[in-house]
Design a protein around this ligand. Structure first.
Ligand code: SAH
Length: 228
């Protein structure tokens, strides 16, 4: 059995992948297109890998756990903070804008990356993998959100924040969801939170302990605003 298929089968058996739409995305998106050449033979190991600039591509189980928590639907507008090399954004795009449905049904992923080299890398990888119409990469600090004029259905943050940035929560539609790691910048003592907007209020649920690279920027660890 090939490595890609056996990884997906394992994550299904472990109950990490639970829905048909996440299973389909896991099968469709080729992680080897998003890892550096030197790590290609490890593309389907369930582990984070270096992508340069001191950053990592998340482990597949974390990507699909977050995708399940987001409860993504075809047509959703999704904001990702932390594009990295673009893999997670591609899996989200494959759910909100599936290749086998007509483009008029498609949603969109806006993926923000603070590091210019990684923003370029993500853009090239997503283009090579066929996602450039469905994922738009922006090179900027996404910790305070982006001005899109419309609210978004879902927000995915892939770096650990001091707390849930209020401007990001503001960007969510009523009934919208955000998945975000919150805690220390040192990769210990972080929790993955599921945040929902219910009657305009923030409802948070702690899902599990996690280890993410730190969120930078205004509402991150290097910025002027500390969560409270
Ligand atoms: N989503 C990626 C994970 C990348 S690691 C994946 O597919 O596996 C997290 C990324 O967040 C890093 O590339 C880092 O540069 C970026 N990042 C950190 N702070 C940020 C900020 N304030 N705005 C946008 N990107 C940020």
């Amino acid at each position: 059995m090939d490595a890609h298929k056996s990884l997906v089968d394992r994550l299904l058996r472990l109950g990490i992948i639970r829905s048909e739409r996440v299973r389909r995305a896991a099968e469709r998106v080729r992680r080897e297109l998003f890892v550096p050449d030197d790590y290609r033979d490890m593309a389907y190991a369930d582990t984070p890998l270096p992508i340069g600039e001191g950053q990592t591509i998340s482990a597949p189980h974390m990507v699909f756990m977050m995708d399940e928590l987001l409860d993504l639907e075809v047509g959703h507008l999704v904001l990702e903070v932390g594009a990295g090399s673009g893999y997670h954004a591609a899996t989200v795009a494959e759910i909100v804008a599936p290749s086998d449905l007509p483009p008029h049904t498609w949603g969109t992923v806006v993926s923000v990356e603070i590091n210019p080299h990684l923003a370029t890398l993500a853009h090239h990888n997503l283009e090579a993998a066929g996602y450039s119409c469905r994922v738009h990469v922006l090179n900027m600090d996404g910790s305070a959100g982006v001005s899109l004029r419309v609210k978004v259905d879902r927000i995915l943050v892939t770096a650990a924040a001091p707390d849930v940035p209020e401007p990001l929560f503001e960007m969510l539609k009523e009934g919208g969801r955000m998945v975000i790691p919150v805690g220390s910048p040192g990769m210990w003592g972080q929790d993955l939170l599921l945040v929902e907007k219910v009657d305009g209020r923030m409802v948070r649920r702690t899902i599990t302990g996690v280890a993410f690279v730190p969120l930078r920027g205004r509402y991150g660890w290097s910025g002027g605003v500390r969560g409270g």
